[in-house]
Design a binder for this molecule. Structure first.
Ligand SMILES: Cc1cc2nc3c(=O)[nH]c(=O)nc-3n(C[C@H](O)[C@H](O)[C@H](O)COP(=O)(O)O)c2cc1C
Length: 333
């Protein structure tokens, strides 16, 4: 039924141990036991978002996910988490097959610690030079994520990253492409360029099995691509990583929050690291308000530009089947 797509995904499928090389990228608050197990049970590859979880919470989440699926799934760890080493130890204890290191350059020893217990390490890299260095240093696979994506983003579009990275790396390495993928046609295109698979977030955030609040999902169904905007940096001295989310009052509040933090930086009440942490804490809290509490006015509705292609609450299995069908159709065309 989807032989051509599966053939192009072969390396990704072997690497992940799933039926299809389609990852559901970790989404804080959204990618928990229910969505992760549903993705893996449907033949994709689910990834738990550890976010700011403590090692104890991660331990419980992995165990609960295992109880819901016998299929492989991964864990996404944020590199600046102060307890990163302990979190990797929790993954080791559970023999988590794949760990994704996100949010920054993996600190020394982290990839090694994952490989030491037999896990596979997936990393992000914003530039080709860094990607090469990480792969040389032992990272098992790479995710390239463009600025169309939801959540924290880099400045370069997925289409450009794909042209820069895939011709250089795809022959010898497993590379997954993320950001702005809403249909299978796009999956086919990246596979033909040499990608081993793809990662989607936005398409799955409003799936039936997602625990996101009904109001959060409704906001996704109503939104167009142009509503998913990147946050702006208001103070040149306070570098904040842009976040793509649906425009609302919360987006404006973020601008005010930055001014407030910049003033504290000015007065010496906060140093740069503390100021940046303050901004990140704001996002985590705001996302929780929208996803869990359903406050779609003041919370953060992180979403990618592909949100315009999300119109119904569909089961994960139906979304994956549709993506595979569209990809196959595009390849046969
Ligand atoms: C609501 C939301 C929350 C996200 N949270 C995280 C996160 O905690 N860690 C992470 O590495 N990526 C996060 N992402 C990015 C996704 O894992 C994924 O790479 C991205 O959504 C892919 O692009 P797409 O949204 O265009 O499909 C988030 C995305 C969304 C939409």
């Amino acid at each position: 039924m989807h032989d051509k797509t599966s053939a192009l995904m072969r390396r990704g499928i072997e690497f992940l141990g799933s039926d299809h090389a389609i990852l559901c990228g970790a989404m804080s608050w959204v990618s928990e036991r229910n969505l992760v197990s549903a993705i893996s049970n449907a033949g994709g590859f689910g990834v738990i978002a550890c976010g700011a979880m403590t090692p104890e919470l991660l331990d419980a989440e992995i165990a609960a996910t295992r109880a819901l699926t016998a299929k492989p799934f991964g864990v996404n760890l944020i590199t600046m988490h102060p307890l990163l080493t302990d979190l990797i130890a929790v993954c080791a204890m559970h023999r988590v097959s794949h760990v994704v290191l996100a949010g920054g350059i993996p600190p020394r020893g982290s990839v090694e610690a994952i490989k030491a217990y037999g896990g596979k390490a997936l990393v992000f890299a914003p530039t080709l030079a860094l990607a090469k260095r990480l792969l040389r240093g032992g990272a098992d696979a790479l995710v390239i994520e463009g600025s169309e994506a939801g959540g924290h983003i880099g400045p370069v579009a997925t289409s450009v990253l794909a042209q820069e990275f895939l011709p250089e790396l795809a022959d010898d390495h497993v590379v997954f492409v993320a950001g702005g993928i809403g249909r299978g046609d796009m999956i086919a295109a990246y596979l033909e360029m040499g990608a081993s698979g793809v990662q989607l977030g936005t398409r799955f955030a409003a799936a039936r099995e997602s625990i996101a609040h009904p109001a959060f999902k409704q906001a996704f169904f109503r939104a167009n691509a142009r509503d998913a905007v990147a946050s702006v940096q208001v103070d040149p001295r306070l570098p904040v990583i842009p976040v793509r989310a649906l425009k609302n009052k919360g987006t404006e509040e973020f601008t005010a929050k930055q001014r407030e933090v910049a003033a504290l930086l000015d007065s010496g009440a906060l140093d740069m690291e503390a100021a940046q942490l303050e901004v990140e804490k704001y996002w985590a809290g705001a996302l929780r308000r929208a996803v869990i509490d359903g406050d779609v006015e003041n919370g953060s509705l992180m979403a990618g530009q592909s949100v315009g292609m999300v119109s119904d609450e569909e089961p994960v299995a139906a979304i994956i089947a549709q993506l595979m069908h569209e990809s196959e159709h595009a390849l046969r065309r």
